[in-house]
Design a binder for this molecule. Structure first.
Ligand SMILES: CC(C)(COP(=O)(O)OP(=O)(O)OC[C@H]1O[C@@H](n2cnc3c(N)ncnc32)[C@H](O)[C@@H]1OP(=O)(O)O)[C@@H](O)C(=O)NCCC(=O)NCCS
Length: 193
């Protein structure tokens, strides 16, 4: 069990257009609507959902994670419609290094509107303001540059290319590693945005 200041209590996080909130089983249809899309799943480590049963299994897994407070994802709710259009959260948290990794995905029809930048900024703020993190990492496949753009817009710095780092969907893929440190966060004044 992580020490208290590293635990994630998943409060609602508000941004101008989004509410990041805990997922519930009632979100299965929304999750399925976009997670069945192979384009959404192309550069993530999960497979496109083949049925709403896959979405329910994902939600059950997430509800178990909420109970342990260790690493879990928020649902990304578009405030205007109340629908879940993606997820974002901590993939892992390391107490000894005060480090964590963020991952995210968004329904294709909402790409290119700055929504994930809004969501990632809120999660970085949560990680530094409410957990005792010193470093937040994120990584994306080299062939998924839009994700790198989101990271840079959130003041994450590119640290290098990890060659053939992941075996994803039948092939080894290169990965770009980004991170933001607490000192970067304080310097950029992101807290006030
Ligand atoms: C990657 C993803 C999260 C981006 O979310 P988004 O809400 O569309 O991102 P934003 O609109 O905040 O920013 C996207 C940026 O990428 C840029 N971009 C889009 N396509 C690009 C490309 N092919 N090459 C370079 N930049 C690109 C956009 O121009 C924009 O930057 P700008 O605001 O400076 O113009 C979204 O496409 C997604 O969920 N994809 C599927 C799942 C996934 O890949 N998750 C990430 C795994 S690491």
């Amino acid at each position: 069990m992580l020490k208290a200041e590293m635990l994630i209590y998943m409060p609602d996080l508000r941004t101008p257009r989004l509410r990041l909130r805990k997922l519930t089983m009632r979100d299965a249809a929304d999750i399925y609507r976009y997670s069945r899309d192979p384009e959404v799943a192309r550069h993530v480590l999960w497979d496109a959902h083949r049925s709403i049963g896959d979405s329910r299994a994902f939600l059950r897994y997430m509800l178990r994670k909420y109970r342990s407070h260790e690493s879990a994802s928020w649902g990304i709710e578009l405030t205007e419609t109340g629908h879940i259009i993606g997820t974002i959260g901590f993939m892992w948290v390391q107490e000894d290094n005060a480090a964590a990794e963020v991952g995210y995905s968004l329904a294709r029809e909402y790409w290119g509107r700055g929504l994930m930048t809004e969501a990632l900024r809120a999660v970085i703020q949560y990680g530094f303001d409410h957990m005792s993190l010193n470093r937040i990492e994120a990584q994306h496949e080299t062939t998924n540059p839009a994700s790198g753009a989101v990271m840079r817009k959130c003041h994450m710095q590119h640290e290098g290319t990890l060659r053939s780092r992941l075996f994803n969907k039948g092939r080894y893929v290169d990965v770009e590693l980004y991170a933001i440190l607490r000192k970067d966060y304080n310097r950029t004044g992101m807290r006030r945005i």
